[in-house]
Every structure is written in structure tokens, then in C-alpha cells.
Design a protein. Sequence first.
Lengths: 350, 338
Amino acid sequence: MSAPVVRVKDLAVNFQTETGVVNAVRGLSFDLEEREVLGIVGESGSGKSVTSLALIGLLPKSAEVSGSVQIDGQEIVGRSEKDMYQLRGAQVSMIFQDPMTSLNPVYTIGWQIIEAVRAHREMSKEDARLEAIRLLTLSGIPRPEVAIDSYPHEFSGGMRQRAVIAIAMANSPRVMLADEPTTALDVTVQAQVMQSLESALEATKAALILVTHDLGVVAGVANRVIVMYAGRVVEYANVDDLFEKPAMPYTHGLLGSIPSHTDDNKRRLSQIPGSPPTMTKAVVGCPFAPRCPMAQDICRTTEPSLEVVGSDPNGSHRAACHFRNEVSAMVVASMFEGIDVNDVATENGN
Amino acid sequence: METEMTTENLTPVLSVRDLVVHFEKKSAISFKKKSHVVHAVCGSSFDLYQGETLSLVGESGCGKTTTGRAILQLATPTSGSIKLEGRELVGLSRNEMKPIRQNLQIVFQDPFGSLDPKMTIGSSIAEPLVIHGRWTKEEGPELVADAMRKVGLDPAFASRFPNEFSGGQRQRIGIARALILNPKVLILDEPVSALDVSVQAGVINLLADLQEKYGISYLMIAHDLSVVRHVSDRVAVMYLGRIVEIASKSDLYNAPQHPYTQALLAAAPVANPKLERQRKRIILEGDVPSPSNPPSGCRFRTRCPKAQDICASETPELDDKGNGHAVACHFPEAMSVL
């Protein structure tokens, strides 16, 4: 087996703020194999976007990054901005949530793709233009030879995001990062964009890290999934295992809170009581313990590490929970559903 | 509500007929006098019965929010009729409309923008009482406390300001404010789309409980098809200002007949990896046309895989195919896409 495309080891990101140090990400480790699609899911403030920015070296200067991120064997953490230019776009590229802010409104789509192509490849302007048309065709833009001379404002949201995908794939990177690539889009447009992302992966043979809060999108495209909570990885599994036998109560709660659009069953949705911890306080014990219906004394004193679930010989399914082998779907579901909204409100109310 | 339709709720609480809302849009920078008309809603008709949830779904620009605003007379209907308990609302003056609003309240999408940051949440919740002259020193505070308890908030928080609350709690405050007048109809404009999924679940459960207890009718405007299936009794799908299909929830999700409904359902991702791999995808070509220059005939024809000549020349009527399942398509065909 070849070396992984991305190897992250003990990544931690801290921010110094007026109210103290914010541990946005702690102890994050994973390997991304060639052509793998890794979904990183979590709710607001779980550290998923900070993680993706760290992977491409785009965190603000105020961020203190430690640990190691290797892309294709090259270390990102501590690399100079100048060296990052060589890597960004060529080895790793990024697709942001809002295509209007990631495209420059005063240049044509074609100009922006050609810029990306010529930044990393020796190519005449004419050849680069042909290459840009090829990239637009690949990402599913109708009439690419006309579209290439359009400005971003002439495109709809979905077309813009497909143009961004064309730029991201321009130099056949080893890995693409996509941070909520379809969140701002309508559902039929979302399907168009996901299709264009899939054909970009096909054409470039790149791996993908997909950061999202939408478990449906993850279920559709990811092979592996990381669930983040309070800046930590709390579960890491193959997509089927994660959805079928989650081992962390938080994952259970998250899956149980999604209404289903494939059945008419009007079961009560599970609600997770309370809110995530403020990241400025040092965490004692499991960060989810205050909200966890299964929490025991050990959960409040000792932070669980990410360990293999069950007797899986490959160790592909890991969870950070003292009771990862005892969590059963039934028990957790009933525990979450038995919660009274009044308790939730009182607990939340500062 | 799980209950079947019975004869007693056959008279609709809210009845909308041939609603048309056009906006005249003058170009701000053009020197030409020409203005163009945005056809936001074009001839929508539907009924809302007591204690039921009807959802309007569709993508950006389909007219679902405008429909909700027109019902509240926040957008002026160009033509058509809107009746609340038999009383016509179109054409009423502001003063005539005011008492009616007590039975017709709205919960907005953005829990951050819809609360005045300088008012305590207690005053925000009490404001509708004051506006409608129902506030008294004796009963007012108790009504506020009661509304807060109904939505799962501790009445002790009444003197706090919105910034002290999370998104989910603010949405509960918005619901308490809408409920305090005991309205018959509540318009829910994307009530959970700004919330994280675990918080969203709590608000959805709350809305279901309130409906069961007080028999309020909900007209929900939403784009999330999973949320819509969870909370609705009936669903209307809108495309470019028109209702293209309306049916009971199970008919609409299990046997959609309009090609647009089918594409919409097929495009929505499902949080189940095995199912996701089996599902067939319907990827629509192109984008939604501009509502200021909609296509002739069927408005979906420019993106429809089934379009024929007749679709351009004749507008398909919203036709009841039985069991209250109505479709506006020349070539309807039930198809399971989930």
C-alpha cells in the first residue's frame, strides 16, 4: 500500500483571545488514503472548519498550530507562506462554502481559471484557455466556450460553485478540501454541484475531505467519517459502520435528531440537552459528559481517548467513549427521548 | 398530527384562491422608463384545515415566502382571495386587518434578526398583547410566564436580553411571542433552518406538542424535505410562483407525479449510506428561469425531461387525480424516487 496522501498527527489549534485560550482543535489524527473521501461532520463550533483551514495552511497568524500535517509527505505546519504557494492549488486545493466570495467579481471566470493553471504549469495563454474550457466542461458548465468570458455575477450560485470546482481541480491536486460546498445552495442545484465534484474526483484521482454539518451529504459520498465535538474527534469509522452502529452517544444523538424523509413515522426526534462546552475552559473528563445520558463518574474525571470499538482487527472503527462497547442504539435513543424540554431550557439559560 | 381528516374539519380555517402577487421592479440605474414585473406568485390555491400542518416547499424564488407574506398582508396581493374563517382579507385596510392578526401570527426564520436586542425577552413576548390592547397589569405578566412555560423556557428569564440566549432558545422566544394571542393559524417561515440539527430537533418536537395541545393550524414554509415530511400532514410543492403538486404527505413522498417533485425528492440526500448508493439520481439541467420573464405554458418545461410542444403552448391546470392529490402536469405519472 502506498503512503497516505494526507497524514495528520496530533494536530492542535489554539487561539489567544481576551477571555482566554480557545482550544479549537485538539489531538486530531487521521490518515487519508488515495482516492478516499473523508467526511468531517459536527455542529457549529466543533472545530471542523478550523481543521480544514489548518490542512491548507490558511489559519490566521493568531492561531497557534502544533502537531503535524503532511500532504504527500510534505509538512504543512510551520511552512513559510512562500512555500505554501507551491503546494496550494498544486497538491491541495480548497472549495469554500460561498462561491461569490471565493471568486473575484472583477475578473472573468476564464481569467481566474487560467491564473490558477499558469501559476503551477508552464503553458501559453492560448493553451491555458483551452485547458480552462476543458475544465469548465468537466465540471458540467453548459456552453463552456461562452461561459469562459462571463463574470461571476452572470452565473447562478450553482454555476459559480462549479466554476470554483474547475479552479480547484485545475492542477490535478492530490487532495481537495471542500468546506460546506453545497450548504448555500438549493437541493436540485446541490445535486448538480455534487455531481460535478464527483466528476472532478474521477478526472483528477484526488482524495477529498468534505467538511459539512449535513449527514445526508456525507452518507452519499464519503467512505470514512470523522465526527467532531468540542474540537476533538469523538468517532472515526467507515460510513456504513457510523450510520448503522455508532459507538459514541453523541453520534447516536446526532443521527436520532435528523428527521427522515424516507418514512412517514412520526417518532419524536432525539434532542441533545444543553449546549457544547465553551472552548475557553480546560476540559476535565469527557467533553460530552455534561450532556450525555449515559455519563458515569469516570466520564467526569477521565477524558477517554480514541480507541478501537469491539474486536475489529483493522481498528477501522474508533470512538472516544469509556463505554464504546456497551452503547446500544436502543438504550441511547430512549435516554435522549425521555428528556424534558424544561430541563433543557433551565440548563441552557446561562 | 396523526389524526385522519374528519368531517368536522372540512371547513378550512384558511382558504387561498387564485392568489397572484406581482412586484413591479424599476431598474435603479437604467435611464429607460421601462419597468419589469416579477411574477412572484401566480394563481396559487390551497386550503388549510384546523389542527393540520400544510407545508409549502420549493427552492429559492419559487414564491413560498411571498405566499406567506401575502396571507399576512405584508405583501399586497395583486389579485385573488384569502379567507380566514370565511372572512376576506384581500383589500382590507391596515386598521381592519389589525384585529384579524390576532388569529394569524408568524414565526420568522432568523432568531437573531427577529428579536429587538434592546428589549427584554419578556417585553418582546408581551408586545403583541400591548399592541392589541389586551395587556393588563394583573394578567399580563402571568400570560407571559405561561407562554414561556409552553415553549419550555423558565419564566425567570423574562428580564433577560436576547443576546443571552442560544439560537434554539431565541426561536422558542419567537414561538412564545406568536402564541401569546392564541392564534388559529401560525405561519412558520423556515422555523428551524438556521439551527444546528440537535437544536432543530427540539424545536420540531415543541411545535408538534403545541399543535397537539392547542389544535393550531400551521402553514409551514420550508426547503428541507426531511423536516417537511416529519411535521406535515399535507405538502404543496411550488415552482416559479405556481403550485405544481399538492397531496397528503405519504402520497407526495411515496408516489410523486410531477417531474419536478420527483427531481426534488431524488436530489435531497438521505442520511443512510446504503440507501444513498441504491437511489437513482435525477439531475436537472440548467437553472430556474427568472420570475420576471417566466417560460410560457408550464413553467418547468425548460428543465423537464418529459416536455413536449403542448407544455409550451398550454398551461397545465392543477388537477385533482383523486384523494386530494392534485398535479399540474400534462404527463403526470406516479414514480417512487426514494
